[in-house]
Design a protein around this ligand. Structure first.
Ligand code: GAR
Length: 210
């Protein structure tokens, strides 16, 4: 069984969904490690409750991004991790870290990329008067939030929606598409080669509507 790690900074609802999918064998892997950079984040409590090995590596304890990442790489190696997923991990990674897991490093971003990379995605969709928003699972490449897409889910924006209600609606869908996208990668149905994504026919439904 493959061993995956989840990097997170916050509530950890995606971590929970991925861990559950692993337990139910929807994802052919075991969560070997959760790394969190925020000491009081809820994701740590959730990992503890699920008896998943976890560690907190506080980026503020390091002089440089490189030193912080070196500590994470050490922990990943020690736990024999060969696939890494970012789930609400709010630190930018260097090219070196990305290079170590190139093709085996995924992120979920709360927008319909290439629209709205970066922060405050839901508010920006509302401000632009968009009729829909969503989330994208993509391979991580050196350019922020610009790696090739694996799966995307669309959610309608209703007149009464605000950034909070949108975040909740989108997150519910994130919990569906992230496990699915991870399983595609681990089953080699989706592969990153020379900066391009190659997809098996069975993943043709990679546009998912809520
Ligand atoms: C998720 O909605 C994810 O898309 C977003 O953070 C949330 C984490 O929630 N990620 C980013 O904004 C990445 N830049 P969670 O901790 O409950 O999984």
């Amino acid at each position: 069984l493959r061993r995956i790690a989840i990097l997170a900074s916050g509530a950890g609802s995606n971590m929970e969904a991925i861990a559950q999918a692993c337990e139910q064998r929807q994802i052919p892997a075991e969560v070997g490690l959760v790394i969190c950079n925020v000491p009081k984040a809820t994701v740590l409590t959730r990992a503890e409750q699920r008896r998943i090995p976890y560690c907190c590596i506080d980026h503020r304890q390091f002089d440089s991004r490189e030193a912080f990442e070196e500590q994470m790489l050490k922990a990943l190696r020690k736990a024999s991790i060969d696939f890494v997923v970012l789930a609400g991990f709010m630190r930018i990674l260097t090219d070196r870290f990305i290079g170590e897991y190139y093709g085996s490093l995924l992120n979920i971003h709360p927008s319909l990329l290439p629209k709205y990379p970066g922060l405050n995605t839901h508010q920006r969709a509302l401000d632009a008067g968009d009729s829909e928003c969503g989330a994208t699972v993509h391979f991580v490449t050196p350019q922020l939030d610009a790696g090739p897409s694996i799966a995307q889910v669309r959610v309608n924006i209703d007149p009464q929606d605000d950034a909070v209600s949108l975040a909740a609606k989108v997150q519910e869908q994130e919990h569906r598409i992230y496990p699915l996208a991870i399983s595609w990668c681990l089953e080699d149905k989706v592969v990153l080669r020379d900066g391009q994504v190659w997809k098996d026919d069975s993943t043709m439904s990679n546009e998912i509507r809520a």
